[in-house]
Design a protein around this ligand. Structure first.
Ligand SMILES: [Zn+2]
Length: 408
């Protein structure tokens, strides 16, 4: 019972469980199913749902189809309910979205940027401030995914953009997140770790005990996901399998990576590697469209990337014994276009004990949305707690009515 002893604590605990189940289930499960799965008495569930509706957290709609008997209801997000603002800051553009309980995403803004910290983050901070002031108390927090390691407290290092100890909260004009969590409503993280978190919650790593997630954009990030949690490292900067010299077929010396190490695996997988193979200019987070053209047209460049991907996957599988390896970003397309090459590079490098039952290698179920969805999850993880819901209830009690329901 997680230490819930008094009836008040038990009720708070059950409110969190019910909202968590609605959120994780994409607000698709009927009330009767949730009642059953959470092992609640029917009366208890009714009282909980009524209380959550009164607090503008849930709203029920009749199930679209039901058999004979009593119609059942589907609890979903309240039209004036909480919203997580989530941003995915890539090397060349950012996307900002409002996300409801249950995970529905409404994109608010997409803008290209020049790759500098100020050029990327100051306009994003302004957009966040404008939407927060417009949406008022409904905004429960802001989650931001960045294309590189972010230390607890919000310092980002994106080597190939030349970002070194960039103070992200300061440039966004947001409060500094607390170590390891965003108690004040701000969470920052590496796009790979966020994509992995989303995959664990609503993608192909759901209910997987040990999984490996690899995110391929301009270069490659990777993280081990254990029981639904990407391993973030001691300072929050752990999702960096791309910066290991995993490809033993390549000489390590004389191959300096922008990160400061040499021979990093990520130098051979991703948009930068595709551009390099095609003899095009690369680096600095530029050339996305050209790289996509190379990916669509150059079998040689795609095969080289896919083979490097396969060799590194073998090394990680040998070390970590994952059940599944999931790929996001350009990863699924590499695996689709050159799957045979990827497997031919991977299999001979597997330990004999791994070779009989190699893990599945699967494209993400979430497309390019993983990092954004993971940023959203990080905000709801802070909110879906007894403390988070209590803060919301107090806000509801004291709020000044503003906008009509449901408007974004
Ligand atoms: Zn590196």
């Amino acid at each position: 019972m997680n230490g819930a002893t008094t009836s008040g604590e038990l009720r708070a605990h059950n409110r969190v469980r019910l909202l968590r189940a609605v959120h994780d289930g994409g607000s698709a499960a009927t009330r009767s199913r949730l009642t059953r799965e959470l092992r609640l008495a029917r009366g208890t569930a009714s009282v909980l749902v009524a209380g959550l509706a009164e607090d503008e957290l849930l709203h029920e709609e009749p199930a679209p189809e039901h058999g004979r008997g009593r119609p059942t209801q589907v609890p979903g997000p309240h039209p004036r309910g909480p919203l997580a603002l989530a941003a995915d800051v890539r090397e060349d553009a950012w996307e900002l979205a409002a996300c409801e309980l249950g995970g529905r995403v409404t994109v608010l803004d997409v803008r290209p940027h020049d790759g500098t910290p100020e050029g990327a983050l100051v306009p994003l901070g302004e957009a966040v401030a404008a939407h927060t002031s417009r949406l008022g108390h409904r905004v429960i927090g802001v989650g931001v995914a960045l294309a590189g390691p972010v230390r607890f407290g919000g310092l980002a290092d994106i080597a190939h953009l030349g970002w070194r100890s960039v103070d992200v909260p300061a440039l966004l004009g947001l409060p500094r997140p607390a170590p390891g969590a965003g108690a004040d409503g701000v969470t920052l993280g590496n796009d790979t770790a966020f994509a992995a978190l989303a995959e664990a919650r609503r993608g192909r790593l759901r209910d997987v005990r040990v999984g490996l997630h690899l995110h391929v954009d301009f270069d490659l990030g990777g993280v081990l996901v254990v029981e639904g949690r990407p391993l973030g490292g001691a300072s929050g900067t752990g999702a960096e399998f791309g910066h290991m010299p995993l490809d033993a077929s390549r000489p390590i010396r004389d191959r300096p990576c922008m990160c400061g190490a040499t021979g990093c695996w990520g130098m051979d997988v991703g948009a930068n590697a595709l551009l390099r193979h095609a003899g095009l200019e690369y680096g600095g987070g530029r050339g996305r469209e050209q790289a996509e053209r190379v990916l669509a047209t150059s079998e040689e460049a795609v095969a080289a990337c896919a083979a490097a991907l396969g060799r590194g996957i073998a090394a990680l599988v040998n070390a970590h014994d994952p059940e599944v390896v999931t790929l996001s970003g350009h990863g699924p397309e590499l695996a689709e276009r050159a799957g045979e090459t990827l497997l031919r590079a991977c299999e001979p490098r597997l330990m004999a004990i791994r070779r009989d039952h190699p893990p599945r290698i699967e494209g993400s179920a979430l497309g390019w949305r993983g990092a954004l969805l993971g940023a959203m999850e990080s905000v709801f993880d802070v909110f879906l707690t007894p403390e988070g819901l209590e803060r919301w209830r107090k806000t509801i009690l004291t709020r000044v009515p503003t906008r009509p329901a449901g408007e974004m």
